[in-house]
Ligand binder design. Structure first.
Ligand SMILES: Cc1cc2nc3c(=O)[nH]c(=O)nc-3n(C[C@H](O)[C@H](O)[C@H](O)COP(=O)(O)OP(=O)(O)OC[C@H]3O[C@@H](n4cnc5c(N)ncnc54)[C@H](O)[C@@H]3O)c2cc1C
Length: 408
């Protein structure tokens, strides 16, 4: 209940950034009335399904400049925010509240319980302890700035007045959902999906679904996009960290190409051209009397190796010693410049993460306050910020929300 003269801080959106902002705001200003207004009847729904239900809360990347490098959009301004709240602080924040965390070999940090419910319970308990109200079915549709306060219009409800407002409505696949922010004078960078997998409906490599190749290099032809990492062949095309990273860095370019482009795969990226030439020559020499189909020359999954030999029309009944010069070059080429046509993309559930949102030039990243409307703050994915997979998107939510909650 709002007391006379008590300041009212409205947090719009009951997701990761909204709860983190609300809790830290109430810690900073115990006498303020902090209220979360959530559009739907459920809060923290993305946290619930995140990380396959385990919630990858952060990534064990402790250097600020290294951390910032994991954001295709937001890299530069986020450095300011990370200098105030970064991975180390995330770990301390959760552990202080009894949430035990573990770091996997790949640096992804999860609750030790392996359940996102632990994070949800932590937030809900904190809200109860600190007396933060959570209002569900409150969809913000308009904001009017008066001299000293904001009038907030919610769908089918009477307006509510607030002294300061923190907007945490998340990534929105449709620009229409961000019009409420545009109307107060902010520029919205049009949303496009980030973090998706590549569809290859006309490529027979999809028959190898389930194969993982640990360390490949993938390049998108006629762009500068290039990434390394493991690659998973799926029944619809390709996925895995190398592909997801490319989709994030190339989100806008690939959208402009209408998701029609060619990828070029180096299956043996640890060899340079001469190194692989010498390796193949020495292996061929060693196995010159063996039939091609009986002897693999490099460390690749056998089904993939067989597929590549068929792809370059090698007569596998010949002996390695009978390989012609032309065939040798075809082999070399398919191992380091293997090309596939991509036609379309596949996203997870809803769009996994959205690139686009509130233009970063219009937000002061020292405070997360709008440069256009004083008293209005932003945090989380509603900003034109997105990270690659591995806990970076939640780190953005925690860090920007923590800074916004200072109400500076
Ligand atoms: C399937 C899936 C798995 C993911 N897994 C991970 C992971 O393991 N690690 C990671 O780092 N990231 C992960 N992400 C990304 C991460 O979930 C988001 O980056 C993060 O939730 C963003 O937090 P947010 O608070 O900004 O937005 P959200 O969590 O989307 O919250 C926004 C809230 O605002 C509400 N809202 C929207 N419009 C209005 C309105 N007009 N009025 C009032 N309320 C409104 C929404 O209903 C929602 O509850 C995953 C995403 C998905 C979809």
């Amino acid at each position: 209940m709002l007391k006379v003269n008590q300041k009212h801080i409205a947090i719009i959106g009951g997701g990761a950034a909204g709860f983190f902002a609300a809790i830290n705001c109430k810690i900073n200003y115990p006498n303020y009335n902090v209220v979360i207004y959530e559009k739907s009847s459920k809060v923290l729904s993305k946290v619930k399904i995140s990380g396959g239900g385990r919630c990858n809360v952060a990534n064990a990347t402790f250097s600020i400049s290294e951390l910032a490098k994991h954001y295709p959009r937001g890299q530069k301004p986020l450095k300011k925010v990370f200098s105030l709240f970064n991975t180390k602080h995330t770990i301390e924040w959760f552990e202080k509240r009894g949430v035990q965390l573990i770091t996997q070999e790949d640096r992804c940090i999860f609750p030790k319980s392996q359940s996102s419910q632990t994070i949800i319970d932590c937030f809900l308990n904190e809200c109860k302890r600190l007396d933060i109200s959570i209002k569900q079915n409150y969809q913000l549709i308009g904001i009017t700035k008066n001299t000293n306060s904001f009038e907030l219009q919610f769908k089918n409800l009477a307006p509510i007045y607030a002294d300061k407002v923190i907007i945490t409505i998340g990534g929105q696949p449709k620009i229409k959902s961000l019009q409420v922010i545009e109307k107060v004078g902010h520029t919205i960078i049009s949303p496009v999906p980030s973090l998706f997998t590549f569809n290859m409906p006309n490529e027979s490599i999809t028959n190898l679904m389930g194969i993982v190749v640990e360390s490949v290099q993938v390049r998108i032809q006629s762009t500068k996009l290039i990434e390394e990492g493991s690659l998973l062949i799926t029944h619809w095309g390709m996925s895995g960290p190398a592909i997801l990273k490319l989709s994030a860095w190339g989100a806008r370019i690939l959208e402009e190409k209408q998701y029609q482009f060619k990828v070029q795969i180096n299956w043996l990226k640890d060899f340079n051209f001469n190194g692989l030439t010498n390796k193949l020559l020495s292996e061929i020499d060693k196995f010159k009397n063996k039939k091609i189909h009986n002897q693999k020359l490099v460390r690749l999954p056998s089904r993939l190796w067989d597929f590549l030999l068929v792809k370059i029309n090698l007569n596998v009944n010949k002996k390695w010693g009978e390989l012609s010069k032309k065939e040798f070059h075809r082999l070399l080429n398919v191992l380091q410049n293997d090309v596939y046509q991509v036609s379309g993309k596949t996203t997870f559930k809803e769009e996994f993460v959205t690139c686009g949102g509130v233009s970063l030039n219009e937000v002061d990243f020292n405070t997360m306050q709008s440069k256009i409307v004083k008293g209005l703050y932003f945090a989380g994915e509603v900003l034109d910020v997105d990270g690659i997979t591995g806990g970076f998107n939640f780190q953005n939510a925690w860090s920007t929300a923590f800074v916004a909650a200072q109400l500076k």
